[in-house]
Design a protein around this ligand. Structure first.
Ligand SMILES: Nc1nc2c(ncn2[C@@H]2O[C@H](COP(=O)(O)OP(=O)(O)OP(=O)(O)O)[C@@H](O)[C@H]2O)c(=O)[nH]1
Ligand SMILES: [Mg+2]
Length: 377
């Protein structure tokens, strides 16, 4: 199971206060039987309040500890996830949220010490009551100050749990191109991936992973990405940035699809410029280009398209052409470069080389954080 799916349920600050205070109210101490007078005995109040606080502080401590500890340590994450978190929220925002949780644990300890001391020294029920209500007020305001950090972590958990699980030992072929180019159709026809397909652009908003057997022993991952517009990196939205980061960190090979049809939101010139941006940004990743939707073109039009974008193979990602697509995907898989080196943190940070593969530069090392065998789903 992905580390992000392991992050515990995170309550809002209101919910957290609601849970602990309503449980606290249910904690009762049997009143000494007989007289009403005895009920107001100082020992009765002390016992009740001590018992309530003996529940409250450890309960809050445990809940906050579990939230903080279920969040992965940022420094240990795969660079893809680190950059993704940075793009989505800003690494510092998550760090601040986690450190606020930890500081709150310390503040609660100090409130706990104070109230226990005051209760211990109180001689009259009125003193005990005052100590209790002041301590509860402090706890309440401490919890309400967690509103922002908890909301940030809830948002982070939701967003990160949408990132599909990648097996970093497997090759990843990423499908890229402008919106509506047929990327999802391609992935869906040749792999186990089931991305949504629609006749309008910007259908795919998340990364989608499909698998395909390469041979008896190996599978490859086919990654469908949201469509990219022809614009500079600084102007890209979060959805496009997710694609860009996935291409940068995960792709061993990029399949770029041109959409020459009249429905394409990008002109061929814009698609050409998009490709050239991808080539510049990911110069070490091989790219194979195809002219998709060939069924929409006459022979003469195809010649014209090729004169503009280059002499690429023309394909069609319609269901009726899936036999041809099978041949194409086999060719693509056959042209995969050797898998990048991997870095196995379970093996004393030793670099592992695949047999027969050449050593590559240190900055290409990848971290294994997810193992297929690890899956609990
Ligand atoms: N005529 C024709 N239509 C195609 C072909 N491939 C895909 N389409 C259609 O093009 C539209 C977009 O296909 P998708 O696979 O969703 O395209 P996409 O690149 O994933 O689009 P986004 O996720 O929005 O970027 C759908 O209506 C498909 O049916 C093709 O080879 N020929
Ligand atoms: Mg799509």
């Amino acid at each position: 199971m992905s580390q992000f799916k392991r992050i515990r349920h995170i309550p809002t600050s209101e919910k957290l206060a609601d849970i602990v205070f309503s449980k606290l109210r249910k904690i009762k101490v049997e009143a000494p039987s007989g007289s009403k007078k005895r009920r107001s005995d100082q020992s009765f109040h002390k016992t009740l309040y001590f018992r309530q606080f003996r529940y409250l502080f450890p309960e809050l401590e445990e809940r906050l500890e579990k939230i903080a500890e279920s969040f992965p340590i940022i420094e240990e994450l795969h660079p893809f996830h680190i950059e993704l978190i940075d793009v989505l929220f800003g690494i510092d925002k998550i760090r601040t949220a986690l450190s606020r949780i930890n500081n709150t644990r310390k503040s609660l300890k100090s409130i706990s010490r104070d109230v226990n001391k005051r209760l211990g020294m109180s001689e009259f029920p009125s003193e005990s009551k005052k100590a209790r209500s002041e301590a509860l007020g402090r706890v309440g305001s401490t919890i309400s100050k967690l509103k922002k950090p908890l909301d940030t972590l809830i948002d982070a958990k939701i967003q990160l749990s949408r990132v599909p699980d990648f097996n970093l030992k497997q090759h990843t072929i990423a499908f890229a191109g402008g919106p509506n180019a047929g990327k999802s159709s391609f992935v869906k026809l040749v792999s186990t991936g089931a991305p949504e397909i629609n006749s309008y652009p910007f259908t795919t908003k998340e990364l989608v992973i499909g698998h395909r057997k390469r041979n008896k022993f190996e599978s490859v991952q086919l990654m469908d990405t949201p469509g990219l517009l022809d614009r500079p990196l600084g102007e890209r939205n979060v959805i496009e940035m997710r694609s860009i980061l996935a291409l940068k960190h995960l792709a061993d090979l990029i399949v770029f699809l041109y959409d020459p049809s009249v429905q394409s939101p990008l002109s061929l010139k814009q698609q050409l410029s998009l490709l050239s941006e991808i080539e510049t940004q990911f110069e070490d990743i091989p790219i194979i280009c195809y002219i998709n939707k060939q069924d929409t073109l006459t022979k003469a039009e195809l010649v014209e398209v090729r004169s503009l974008v280059g002499d690429h193979k023309a394909i069609s990602t319609r269901e009726e052409d899936s036999a041809d697509l099978e041949i194409i995907i086999t060719e693509i898989i056959d042209s995969l470069p050797p898998k990048k080196l991997i870095f196995d943190k379970n093996k004393d940070k030793k670099i592992i080389e695949e047999p027969g593969k050449k050593r590559v530069k240190k900055d290409k090392i990848e971290w294994i954080f997810f193992d297929e065998d690890d899956s609990e789903d």
